[in-house]
Design a protein around this ligand. Structure first.
Ligand code: MG
Length: 186
């Protein structure tokens, strides 16, 4: 992806239709999200996307950066759960088993359904959860609809599902507007 920028978004400055798909933060990789910082911000549950967030799309290899980060989340006392609408549940099972994390398989994001299921399952309030994913129109939008903070991660690989390519086109059209309220770190 060209010009992926990182930092915090001042969402309040956006009109409603853009705020819906605007994350709270953008990071270059999951390892840039500090588990203790999440903990200190009152987070208890980290919801995760898999494809292009933790692994390359279609692949089953989990990069060390992802598995080390997951280990860090657990060490910080955070619960973790993957939210997925994959058509390959066996692959999801193998990946999550390897990482030692739970998953919820459900309806297409941005339906808020899986997010609500996760909050209920772990007994946490929306503000105590955070969603980490690589897509604005699925991961981030769904989280916003459920009142959950979202962290947008730069996608790991460029090779993607055809539906995702459509979503990326839509992302490329709104990215400029979102970046206008981005506060980049020095
Ligand atoms: Mg993804």
């Amino acid at each position: 992806m060209r010009t992926f920028r990182t930092g915090r978004f001042d969402r309040g400055r956006l009109p409603g239709y853009l705020r819906r798909i605007c994350p709270n933060r953008a990071v270059a990789e999951v390892g840039d999200i500090d588990p203790s910082q999440l903990r200190n911000a009152g987070k208890k549950l980290v919801l995760l996307d898999v494809d292009n967030t933790l692994t390359a799309w279609h692949g089953e290899d989990v990069p060390a950066a992802s598995s080390n980060w997951i280990a860090g989340l657990k060490a910080a006392g955070l619960r973790t759960c993957v939210l997925s609408n994959t058509r390959r549940p066996e692959r999801l099972r193998r990946i999550t088993e390897r990482l030692g994390i739970d998953f919820i398989l459900g309806r297409f994001k941005p339906s808020p359904r899986m997010y609500h299921q996760a909050l209920e399952k772990y007994g946490v309030r929306p503000e105590e959860a955070v969603m980490v994913g690589d897509q604005l129109f699925t991961d981030v939008w769904g989280a916003n609809r459920a009142g959950i903070e979202a962290i947008w991660v730069k996608p790991i690989a460029l090779k993607e599902f055809v539906g995702t390519k459509v979503s990326r086109l839509a992302e490329s059209m709104v990215r400029g507007s979102l970046y206008r309220v981005l506060e980049e770190r020095a």
